[in-house]
Design a protein around this ligand. Structure first.
Ligand SMILES: [Fe+2]
Ligand SMILES: [Fe+2]
Length: 307
């Protein structure tokens, strides 16, 4: 699939699990906010939301990817970072877990114009989790509720372009033997609970001229290495300028962390910015394995690839 070469991509972390004012910047590539200069304080929460700005031949496109776990951190940080719902050209939902669409209904409610929303058809199945602390859920995104509030749904299964500028991978094709879906994750299909194969989770992929791919992942339930490899296969571009997202590794145990680090090493990303569901053990091992390219994703972090 031909993916247009963009001039630049900026991924700004609106909501993530972390906020550490001592995390360093990397001038021209990763910038952290100076908290005292913001109109209000940022908050961290178990959820994910990004504000993504694409530039191409002087044209600017603004995308929101995910809307955190609730309106509270999402709108607080949106305002703190001086963004407004009306400025978004489209919104992407990475997968059907509520820590990624918690602010969506209110986001639509605060707009006065229709908004294209890109998501996988299988994101609409009710989802639940069986955890060591018990059953959680089910939760469900409701198609009619979104449409009533002005969503123009762009539903896909396979690869699809977002506003002709970025690629949504569609269902991820597995290519590693070690990345297997979360055992306690369930979905409800035709009234029956079943193991969730995470066919709904997709990566957002951009191509920056002269730099390569920027891959943004929500929870990486299908496996972060699978997601990158599939993005490379779809685009025919090998070079990986930046990988940003939650990698969901710690629950899989030490062997999954070890093998994933091996898989990422082979893919040679210029920059890895991990947060959200990656887990502390995995984050600490990624930091040791990639001393020059790894950075923790904190609220307010901006990754800038291109000019
Ligand atoms: Fe998830
Ligand atoms: Fe998540």
């Amino acid at each position: 699939m031909q993916l247009p070469a963009l001039t630049s991509v900026t991924v700004e972390v609106l909501v993530d699990n972390f906020y550490d004012v001592f995390e360093t910047s990397r001038p021209g590539l990763v910038e952290r906010v100076a908290p005292g200069r913001l109109p209000k304080p940022l908050v961290a929460a178990h959820g994910l939301a990004y504000w993504i700005t694409l530039t191409s031949n002087g044209q600017v496109t603004r995308l929101v990817m995910d809307t955190a776990n609730s309106p509270l951190p999402f709108f607080n940080n949106l305002e703190a970072l001086s963004h407004a719902p009306a400025e978004a050209d489209a919104l992407v939902v990475s997968h059907g877990h509520p820590d990624h669409y918690g602010g969506l209904i209110e986001f639509l409610g605060r707009r006065t114009t229709p908004l294209p929303i890109y998501l996988h058809e299988d994101s609409f199945f009710p989802k639940l989790l069986i955890t060591p602390r018990g059953r959680i859920g089910p939760w469900a995104l409701k198609r009619e509720e979104l449409e009533k509030l002005g969503a123009v749904l762009q539903v896909n299964r396979g690869p699809a372009l977002v506003l002709d500028q970025a690629l949504l991978t569609g269902t991820i094709e597995a290519s590693t033997p070690y990345e297997t879906p979360l055992p306690g994750a369930k979905r409800v299909v035709a009234g029956q609970e079943e193991h969730d194969p995470f066919t709904d989770e997709q990566a957002l992929v951009m191509n920056v001229a002269g730099r390569g791919l920027v891959v943004v992942a929500g929870c990486s339930h299908p496996g972060v290495v699978n997601m990158i490899r599939y993005a490379q296969k779809l685009t025919g571009i090998e070079k990986l300028a930046a990988l940003i997202g939650g990698f969901h590794l710690t629950a899989g145990g030490p062997e999954l962390i070890r093998q994933t680090i091996q898989g990422l090493t082979a893919l040679n990303p210029e920059l890895i910015v991990a947060g959200h569901c990656t887990g502390f053990k995995a984050l600490s091992q990624l930091a040791l394995a990639f001393p020059d390219s790894f950075m923790v994703s904190c609220v307010g972090t901006r990754v800038i690839v291109g000019q």
